[in-house]
Write a protein that binds this ligand. Structure first.
Ligand code: C5P
Length: 219
């Protein structure tokens, strides 16, 4: 059913948040639902691509017709993405935690009467998109996302360059937009030759359009 312009192409998609442990029972996370990334993985599969979806912890179901690898931490997500190479297409949609706790505790941190609260020392996580964008086995087409609350275009353009991506799909995730966790999205697709502002649409429709844009590169 439907044309398969991506048949024979391999795609890797990341989606969802990451959970970075503080101790065995606590973690740092973010509000990503995985809805946009999962929809993109499904849309690429629908066009015939052989898709590996690397998903952080989400409550939505695995899409059918593709391979799903479940991970928790950014480091695990990176390992799974690298293990899925080589690929023709990478779409990094996950809201990867920028930082993790430097020295996560092996046992639950206990509240001690009269003691000051613990201080969490953070350290930087690997940047999966940047790693893929500069990798010796870089996929032919690399797409990143940029969830911003300010200066969406400027930040998106800088990210395109810095991360070695072909496109950055930028969206405004300010709380009043309802985008983070919601069912709709309004994106600006930033490429090397300019910016396309797509009208607000469902995350499904944004995924379908993005998959079509990706397929046009392999036509
Ligand atoms: O730098 P920033 O987090 O805004 O970049 C967002 C883009 O980079 C997204 O495509 C996201 O999936 C990716 N990213 C990543 N690894 C990180 C941080 C972001 O792959 N550690």
């Amino acid at each position: 059913d439907g044309p398969k312009p991506l048949s024979g192409r391999r795609a890797i998609v990341t989606s969802g948040p990451t959970h970075e442990p503080i101790d065995p029972v606590r973690f740092i996370a973010n509000r990503s639902s995985g809805k946009q990334g999962h929809a993109i993985a499904a849309a690429l599969a629908k066009l015939g691509a052989d898709v590996t979806l690397v998903s952080g912890p989400v409550t939505i179901p695995d899409p059918s017709g593709l391979q799903v690898i479940h991970v928790e931490r950014a480091q695990e997500m990176l390992d799974a993405v690298l293990a899925a190479l080589p690929a023709d297409i990478a779409v990094m949609v996950a809201a990867v935690a920028d930082w993790r706790v430097a020295d996560a505790a092996g046992n639950k941190i206990k509240k001690q009467p009269g003691e000051a609260p613990p201080l969490l020392l953070l350290t930087e996580n690997p940047d999966i998109l940047k790693t893929i964008g500069h990798h010796p086995q870089r996929p032919a087409l690399v797409v990143g996302f940029a969830a911003e609350t300010q200066n969406v275009l400027e930040n998106g353009r800088a990210k395109l360059e810095r991360k070695g991506a072909d496109y950055i799909v930028a969206n405004d995730v300010s709380p009043e937009t309802g985008i983070m966790g919601g069912d709709r999205n309004a994106v600006k697709v930033i490429g090397k030759s300019g910016v396309a502002e797509w009208p607000e649409a469902s995350k499904q429709d944004v995924a379908t359009q993005l998959a079509a844009l990706i397929a046009s590169h392999f036509a």
